[in-house]
Ligand binder design. Structure first.
Ligand SMILES: Cc1ncc(COP(=O)(O)O)c(C=O)c1O
Length: 407
C-alpha cells in the first residue's frame, strides 16, 4: 500500500514539475517561434473581459440559411459521414465549375482543376506549399489579411511588402515593378480585400498580369469575399489574358453562405498545379468534411437573388456604421467590398493597440488594431478595423456606445 502511495506521489511530483517548466526550455522550430498568436483572438479576449460588443472577429452573429442547416442535418442522418473523395465530392466540383463559368467567365475542368479543401485557409496554405521554396519572395499588399505572414512562415517564404495608401489603395507600375524586378516567385491578390475593402480594378489586374508574364511570376488569388461587393464588379485575375495557368485561385463557402465554421473552400488551378495541390491536400487533411460538402451543393443551387440580397444587406449595414464613424471624428474609408471598415485611429490614441484597447474599455466596442494587418517588424500603423457582419441591432448598439465616447 505504501509503495503504491509513494509511486503515486512521485508521478504527481514529476507531472507538476513538467507542467511548470517554462516554455522557453522547449526546443521549438524557427517556424513555431516566428508564428505569433492572432491579435484578432486577443481582441476577442478584451471583448469578453470588458463585456464589449464584438466588431472584431470577421464572422456574422446572425444565423446561416435554414436550407443549408437542413441539408447538413439530412446528410449526417443519411450516414454520409466517412471520408469524402480527397479532391472533393464530384457533384460539388461540377457545381463549382458551373459557377466559375457563369460568374467568373473561366472554363474549368472539374475532373482535373478543382480541389475542395478545409476552408480558403487550407487552400492558401496548400497553394503556398505548391509554389514556394525556402527563401522565395512573395509579394503582398499592406494592410493585408493577417494570415499571410504566418502562412508564408510555414513554407519559409519571405514577404515582400508594398504599402498601399487610403482612401484609394491604388497601385501604379512605378510602385510595384521594383518588387518584380528584385525577384519574386508569386504575388497574393486579395480582392475584395480584408481589411481595406479594396476591390481591384481591371486596370490594376491587367498591370499585375503584365508584370507576372514579363517576370515569370505566379499569382495566388484570395477571392473569399467575391459576392460581398458594393459599387464595383469583382474580377478574377485568372480571367485576365495570360493568367489562366499561372494563377491558383482560392475561394470558399464561409463568407458567402454564413458558414465560417463548416471549413469548406476550394482551389482552382491548371491540371499540373492541381495535381500537386491534390497530393499535398491529401496528406494534410485527406478531405473536407463529407456531410457538409453534400450540404454545400444546396448552397450552390441558390438563385441569383440570394447573392443580390446578401450584398444589399451588407451594404445597408456598411451604410449604418460608416456615417456614424465619420460623424464621430474618425476618417473611415468607404469599403467597396468585404464586410470591414478601415479607419485611421489617431483621433483617439497614439497607436492602434491603445486605440483598440480604449474602444473596448471605454466604449465597450471591440475592434481589431491595424497592427494586425502589417508586418510585426514594421512601423506601427495607426488604424482600426471594424467588422459589420452583425445584426442591425448589434451595429445600432455599437454606434450608440461609440457616440458616448469622449474623443
Ligand atoms: C481574406 C481572407 N481570406 C481567407 C479567410 C479564411 O477563409 P476560410 O474561412 O474559408 O478559411 C478569411 C477569413 O476571415 C479572410 O478574411
Amino acid at each position: 500500500m505504501t509503495i503504491v502511495k509513494t509511486v503515486k506521489n512521485t508521478v504527481f511530483y514529476f507531472v507538476k514539475i513538467f507542467r511548470d517548466i517554462p516554455l522557453t526550455t522547449v526546443s521549438l522550430s524557427q517556424r513555431a517561434i516566428q508564428i505569433k498568436e492572432s491579435q484578432i483572438r486577443e481582441a476577442s479576449r478584451y471583448c469578453e473581459k470588458f463585456g464589449a460588443i464584438n466588431l472584431a472577429q470577421g464572422l456574422p452573429d446572425f444565423p446561416a440559411p435554414e436550407a443549408l442547416k437542413e441539408a447538413a442535418r439530412a446528410a449526417i442522418a443519411a450516414d454520409l459521414n466517412q471520408y469524402a473523395d480527397s479532391w472533393g465530392w464530384e457533384k460539388l466540383r461540377v457545381a463549382i465549375a458551373e459557377k466559375m463559368l457563369r460568374d467568373n467567365q473561366i472554363t474549368v475542368d472539374p475532373e482535373t482543376e478543382i480541389t475542395v479543401c478545409c476552408g480558403a485557409t487550407e487552400g492558401l496554405n496548400v497553394a503556398l506549399m505548391t509554389l514556394i521554396n525556402q527563401g522565395d519572395r512573395v509579394l503582398i499588399f499592406e494592410p493585408f489579411y493577417e494570415n499571410y505572414i504566418p502562412n508564408l512562415a510555414t513554407v519559409g517564404g519571405i514577404p515582400e511588402i508594398i504599402t498601399l495608401t487610403p482612401p484609394q489603395w491604388e497601385i501604379t507600375q512605378e510602385m510595384i515593378e521594383p518588387a518584380f524586378k528584385k525577384g519574386i516567385k508569386a504575388v497574393i491578390i486579395n480582392s475584395p480585400a480584408n481589411p481595406t475593402g479594396k476591390v481591384w480594378t481591371r486596370t490594376e489586374l491587367e498591370l499585375i498580369a503584365k508584370l507576372c508574364l514579363q517576370y515569370d511570376v505566379y499569382a495566388i488569388t484570395d477571392e473569399i469575399y467575391e459576392y460581398i461587393i458594393y459599387e464595383q464588379e469583382h474580377i478574377s485575375l485568372m480571367s485576365i489574358e495570360g493568367m489562366r495557368d499561372r494563377t491558383i485561385l482560392v475561394n470558399g463557402f464561409s463568407k458567402t453562405f454564413c458558414i465560417t465554421g463548416w471549413r469548406l473552400g476550394y482551389t482552382i488551378a491548371s491540371p499540373e498545379l492541381s495535381a500537386a495541390i491534390r497530393r499535398i491536400h491529401d496528406f494534410i487533411t485527406i478531405s473536407a468534411p463529407a456531410p457538409l460538402q453534400y450540404a454545400a451543393l444546396t448552397a450552390m443551387q441558390f438563385g441569383r437573388e440570394y447573392f443580390t440580397n446578401m450584398a444589399l444587406d451588407y451594404k445597408r449595414k456598411r451604410d449604418m456604421l460608416y456615417p456614424a464613424l465619420l460623424e464621430m471624428g474618425f476618417s473611415p474609408v468607404l469599403p467597396q467590398g468585404a464586410y470591414y471598415i478601415w479607419t485611421d485611429s489617431s483621433a483617439i490614441a497614439q497607436d492602434a493597440d491603445m486605440a483598440a484597447f480604449r474602444l473596448a474599455k471605454e466604449a465597450l466596442v471591440a475592434v481589431v488594431p491595424g497592427t494586425c494587418f502589417s508586418h510585426p517588424d514594421r512601423a506601427k500603423v495607426n488604424g482600426l478595423r471594424f467588422c459589420f457582419a452583425k445584426k442591425d441591432s448589434t451595429i445600432e448598439l455599437a454606434v450608440k456606445n461609440l457616440r458616448n465616447l469622449k474623443l
